[in-house]
Ligand binder design. Structure first.
Ligand code: 3HC
Length: 696
């Protein structure tokens, strides 16, 4: 057979003597789409019929072997041949089929390899079952073949966790048979010859037995339950347990549980979260060429500045940290070193990368020493005059073409940019604390920001491993503006009758890692107090105001750091009884008779306020699309991933019901509860936020 003549066919067939080579070619990640499955099946059949072919080898063309099923088909519907059937067919084939894997062999891609009769790992290979992260379980035999190959313990370490391991580790545990350093096609040819010569044994995984210890299954279930509300890991473990059955029964059980996952609302939400992470990069400025950034300067060595410096150093950038005094610099440097040490301990940084990061850090107390940096991030405290002064000085010293960024959480980036003679080079880069861990980066685009400067912000986000979300200028941008609104609901609910701990529990049951009062205690109640003071002059007197947080702060109780806030810390854990007294007093003063408030009402009011402000943020053009709000909340605010983000969740309720709720709440408070015009239009024409995402 000759080399392929068709340009870029999805499956490339070649015969080299007794070897049938199948190259899978479905860029960018070789997802096992319908077309790829059909192509692979037809290619296999062609080689089965070709009498000359003794062994078939399958490999990936381009960056990867197969990164899994085509996730988009879960939304549009899957057509036969299903991957599970195709893999079972491959396993039963008379001629040996070898899988030679490079790049990623994930999910259905790994399952395809497990259905082949031998597996070869190439350098840099990553394998794993990320299905649980999408609300699924390996549904093409992975739960049955993995324990047969590597034993129950190793299977449970992989399948319910979504953990990815290297090719070397996969060989070490017996998931792969051997490794090669050749390029994929050459390795495929070599592996096929090795099978012919008997050097690489070919066998059917289905012929192996699995030893399923029920005690290990129970332990795995308990461990997965600790991770919260996710349903897929539990089902995945159940499917692995079915490997105790004869394989065809086990496979049928896997299919049954896979279908349950497909119908579970968590699946759609988690798939949305996967795409949200990628959709946010599709910005109007995406075709602008980002400027080169190798050296960044950070002004301010506090929690934010040192977190940002840590993130940049971990990404291999050169960092110059500036502070006002040698003492402040030493503190900042100490925090960075501690952060880097922690990252090394957590396995996020190798010893060599850790050492390199330490040498890539320079410090200075002289602003003019920052002049040569490609990008400077100001991370000093939130005072407009201080920031304006810094930007005037930066304008005077920074080299032409440098990007000037502020890490402000709410201040007017246009006003800051206006202090310089190069407003086009200015933007907001709003990191979230701890900045070397939290993945959200709001890229705040001011009126004059040049497209290439915005593109530079996004390129930096990617380099730092963060999710850049484009935001417009307003008080709080996307996230903090929405938060400021819905957070008030929690205070109103306390005034009306719910205890802070009841509200926290209801929202934690909904899926938030921590309720709003526990978060407030952790962040420090003084932070909320400062925000209230800042906004006091502009507060509309018609707005309902809860004095309870101020009363707690008056006592000097700022939460965890002072040993008490809404809760007691140290050896007196639990709700703070003195806060309950303050609440009673304030209700009495306001003439409120506390009423019974259910968990359902707490969640409904809190979420409705979040969605309503999200709709206004969209209408004001602060967020480009609903998916940008979803990503901001998923990656910066601990929003439960299995609910897909606030705007995705809104669609599960429907605009009409949301409008009805807001109108009902407005009967008691028509200042806070107002129907956003966008939501009213959506309710009238029956559209969804997903429709808005599609329109872009
Ligand atoms: N299906 C469809 N599209 C996919 C995909 C998949 N499995 N994996 C990635 N893509 C798309 C992305 O959406 C993105 O599209 P875009 O350019 O339009 O935004 C493009 O491919 C490139 O992806 P990334 O930007 O993520 O590229 P990276 O190089 O950074 O990462 C990757 C590559 C590690 C493969 C990463 O994309 C990934 O983890 N993908 C998901 C893998 C996965 O979850 N597989 C399991 C699927 S479920 C399954 O197999 C069920 C089975 O058991 C039956």
């Amino acid at each position: 057979m000759e080399r392929p003549t068709v340009t870029d066919p999805i499956v490339i067939l070649e015969r080299e003597g007794p070897v049938g080579l199948i190259g899978l070619n479905n860029p960018p990640v070789n997802a096992a789409s319908h077309a790829l499955r059909v192509g692979l099946r037809d290619a296999l059949h062609a080689f089965l019929e070709d009498r000359e072919v003794r062994v078939i080898a399958v490999y990936g063309v381009g960056r990867s072997f197969v990164a899994g099923a085509d996730i988009r088909e879960f939304q549009t519907g899957r057509k036969p041949p299903l991957l599970s059937d195709l893999i079972t067919e491959i396993e039963g084939m008379e001629k040996p089929v070898v899988a030679v894997c490079h790049g990623n062999a994930l999910g259905g891609g790994l399952e395809l390899a497990l259905g082949c009769h031998a597996r070869v790992a190439l350098p840099g290979l990553k394998v794993g079952f990320p299905e649980v992260d999408l609300g699924l379980l390996p549904g093409a035999g992975g739960t049955q073949r993995t324990p047969r190959l590597v034993g129950l313990k190793a299977a449970l370490d992989l399948i319910p966790t979504g953990k990815r391991i290297t090719g070397e580790e996969a060989v070490a545990i017996g998931l792969f048979d051997t490794a090669s350093t050749a390029d994929p096609r050459t390795a495929a040819l070599g592996a096929a010859h090795a099978v012919i010569e008997g050097a690489l044994p070919a066998r059917r995984t289905r012929e192996l037995d699995a030893d399923i210890d029920p005690a290990l299954i129970e332990t795995a279930k308990a461990k997965a339950a600790k991770k919260g509300h996710f349903t897929a890991p539990q089902r995945a473990i159940e499917a692995v347990a079915a490997a105790a059955l004869p394989i065809d029964q086990g496979l049928a059980e896997e299919v049954r549980l896979f279908k349950e996952c497909m119908e579970d609302p968590q699946r759609a939400a988690l798939v949305q979260a996967f795409f949200a992470e990628r959709a946010v990069a599709k910005i109007p400025e995406k075709d602008a060429a980002p400027r080169k950034v190798d050296h960044i300067a950070v002004i301010g060595g506090g929690t934010m500045g040192s977190g940002i410096s840590t993130a940049a150093l971990m990404a291999g950038l050169k960092v110059t940290l500036m502070e006002v005094s040698a003492e402040a610099l030493a503190r900042g440097k100490g925090t960075i070193e501690k952060n880097l040490g922690g990252a090394m301990k957590r396995g996020k940084l190798s010893d060599a990368a850790h050492a390199a990061a330490l040498t890539a850090l320079n410090t200075t107390t002289d602003l003019s020493a920052l002049a040569e940096a490609d990008l400077v991030i100001e991370a000093v405290f939130e005072d407009m005059e201080v920031k304006k002064d810094i930007f005037r000085r930066l304008d005077a010293v920074m080299k032409p073409g440098a990007v000037l960024a502020t890490n402000t959480s709410y201040l007017d980036v246009d006003a800051i940019a206006a202090e310089t003679n190069r407003p086009g080079d200015v933007l907001g880069l709003h990191f979230f604390s701890p900045a070397h861990i939290m993945r959200l980066l709001e890229v705040v685009v001011a009126q004059e920001t040049l497209p290439e400067v915005t593109a530079t912000g996004f390129a930096l986000a990617k380099r730092l491993g963060k999710v850049g979300v484009r935001a417009g200028v307003c008080d709080g941008f996307i996230g903090n503006r929405i938060l400021a609104h819905y957070r008030k609901v929690a205070d109103y609910l306390v005034l009306d009758g719910a205890a802070p701990q009841e509200i926290d529990r209801a929202l934690e049951d909904f899926g938030f890692a921590m309720g709003p009062f526990a978060v407030a205690d952790l962040a420090g109640l003084d932070i909320g107090m400062m925000t209230r003071k800042r906004l006091a002059p502009t507060r509309d007197l018609r707005e309902r105001y809860s004095p309870i947080p101020d009363r707690i702060c008056e006592r000097g109780w700022f939460g965890r750091k002072t040993g008490q806030g809404y809760y007691l810390y140290g050896d007196r854990e639990g709700p703070n009884p003195a806060v309950a007294t303050i609440i009673d007093e304030e209700r009495a003063k306001a003439g409120i008779t506390p009423r019974e408030i259910t968990d359902g009402e707490i969640v409904d009011r809190y979420m409705t306020a979040m969605i309503a402000e999200g709709a206004r943020v969209l209408e004001d053009g602060i967020a480009l699309r609903p998916v940008d709000i979803d990503a901001a909340f998923l990656f910066g605010y601990g929003f439960p991933r299995f609910r897909g983000g606030p705007m995705f969740y809104a669609d599960t309720i429907g605009a009409a019901e949301l409008v009805r709720r807001i109108e009902a709440y407005a009967e008691e408070d028509d200042f806070f509860w107002r129907v956003p015009p966008l939501l009213a239009r959506m309710a009238a024409d029956g559209t969804t936020f997903a429709d808005l995402n599609e329109r872009g």
